[in-house]
Design a protein around this ligand. Sequence first.
Ligand code: FAD
Length: 297
Amino acid sequence: MIPNLEYIRAENLTAALEILSNHKYKNRLLAGGTDLLIDLRKNAETEKIRLIDISRLYAIKQVNEDGTTVRIGAGISHSQIIKSEIIRNYFPALNAAVKTIGSVQTRNRGTLGGNICNASPCADSIPALLAYDAIVEIRSSQNTRLLPLAEFLIHPYQTDLCRDEMVTSFHLKKITGSFGSAFIKLGRRNAMSIARMNAAVVLQMDDRNKINEARIAAGSVMPTAARMASAEKLLTGETPSEKLFRTAGQQVAEEMIRVSGRRWSTEYKEPVIPVLVRRALMQAWAELKNCGDRFLV
Ligand SMILES: Cc1cc2nc3c(=O)[nH]c(=O)nc-3n(C[C@H](O)[C@H](O)[C@H](O)COP(=O)(O)OP(=O)(O)OC[C@H]3O[C@@H](n4cnc5c(N)ncnc54)[C@H](O)[C@@H]3O)c2cc1C
């Protein structure tokens, strides 16, 4: 059952932040509602909830770029991300990740901000944004602050957001030089399935064709989606090869067990996550070979 609600539609960002700063009610931001409405039904609360509809805030629905950075509004829908040429060019793994989210209807309503703020360990856009080192822009009526996404995600379904704050955008630095990236998701079936595990990778090369920087982020293998530092280190400075990528995948499995311990799902995840990581790295490498310096900034 949906609890006792008051609904209010914010006309603009300033108004939304003003309403959010009033703590008389328990406020919840409503973006696409694809997670929130399920949550409200599941956890019916007795306390009155004020839903602040932010779905029509133009200020958080833009994609802007300058010479070094792309800013993606938190209110942009997954379908809009898929259509964005800027995101397709500079952040193809994010494009690939949101394409796998739910159905067309879910992607039309669901937003990037909602996917991140819901903070599910299996959210599909999170590994991609982690691999692109996304910075979260957070605003209240009094203040603006910037936080790396990895610090924003505290626990499963819990973020660093205060009661009077809203996520307004994500800042992603354009990667210089030649790079390849990829996103892979394993679900119970091919369509309309949440991820059992997912992974996003970025490989950036130096002019000797060695890996200058490797970024690997995985979802559903740790309490929150996270970067895999030991596997990234193993790849740095090396020449890409399938054998190297297989070893990196093993490292991710070891890191998963080190952090999460052995759980009921480990029997399944331990042999599978190395395969996903190896395949994602192979895809990123293939993209690099095909596209070369296409993304030179
Ligand atoms: C049928 C179905 C299939 C799905 N499949 C997938 C899938 O394959 N992969 C996947 O990752 N997810 C999936 N989802 C989950 C969901 O669609 C996504 O997480 C979506 O991106 C949530 O965005 P939203 O705008 O609907 O968020 P909402 O439901 O509006 O909000 C979610 C939470 O974030 C908060 N919030 C929203 N925007 C902001 C903001 N700007 N600042 C601060 N807090 C904010 C809300 O208050 C709420 O707590 C699915 C959902 C459904 C119903």
